[in-house]
Design a protein around this ligand. Structure first.
Ligand code: HEC
Length: 210
């Protein structure tokens, strides 16, 4: 690990732990806008948008590495161990990338020092837990569907708390994505016939604002 990567990791950890107390953030955007590279951190700390972009980059990288170097590798290999949605009941199988992602999100949810939450969402979820959970999430899923490749950024008030909410599109990048989803028994009557590069859902990152 080089020094700048270590510094970046420390910044992420400090921010995740102290965000609600110290307010790592600055002003949040109130409307959807195109995804732009983060601006240089200001002296007051990183903004909620920069924080969301940073943690999303780590989530995306981990998911890609797991899918590419674990799941695909095992599928091709002569190994007994295979990825399966039913890994809990089937001996010698491992979880799908979306399940890994959800289980990680559930652990972060339970962690009081994490300082933020995240999760997968879709307008057409295979897992019922992945429906939009707020009006802003529903608006964000519409936005990323109509603007593939762009990110939705907004603020919302839930209960008496204000949040910065970012939604990153999740695209059908590999044949396995649409094949598995289009043939899945959980698909509802309105389920689309997904094809290459369709936005199948999104990743929500929600950060409390002071
Ligand atoms: C082998 C089957 C399979 C493959 C391949 C697969 N998925 Fe999924 N996907 C699932 C299942 C099952 C869930 C629900 C997982 C859970 O939370 O238990 C899911 C969940 C999701 C969700 C959250 C919404 C929902 O449907 O619950 C998105 C978005 C998603 N997948 C996108 C993708 C993308 C993009 C790819 C390709 C990179 C992909 N999936 C590959 C089976 C698959």
């Amino acid at each position: 690990m080089n020094n700048s990567f270590l510094r970046f990791l420390m910044l992420l950890m400090v921010c995740a732990g102290t965000l609600p107390a110290l307010g790592c953030g600055g002003e949040a955007t109130s409307q959807a806008e195109a995804s732009k590279p983060p601006m240089a951190a200001e002296s007051s700390g990183i903004s909620p948008k920069q924080f969301a972009n940073a943690v999303y980059a780590v989530m995306k990288a981990d998911r890609t590495v797991y899918a590419k170097h674990v799941v695909t590798r095992l599928k091709k290999a002569e190994s007994e161990t295979k990825p399966s949605e039913y890994w809990e009941d089937e001996e010698g199988t491992i979880p799908l990338p979306a399940q890994m992602f959800r289980m990680g999100a559930e652990l972060v949810d339970e962690n009081p020092t994490a300082g933020f939450t995240y999760g997968l969402r879709s307008k057409w979820p295979l897992n019922d837990q992945h429906h939009a959970k707020s009006d802003t999430e529903a608006e964000g899923l519409d936005f990323i569907e109509k603007n593939p490749g762009e990110t939705f950024y907004g603020t919302e008030t839930l209960g008496d708390k204000k949040f910065f909410t970012a939604i990153y599109g999740d695209k059908a990048v590999a044949q396995a994505c649409w094949e598995c989803h289009n043939e899945h028994p959980n698909r509802g009557d309105d389920y689309p016939e997904f094809k290459k590069d369709d936005v199948m859902g999104g990743v929500v990152v929600r950060i409390p604002l002071n």
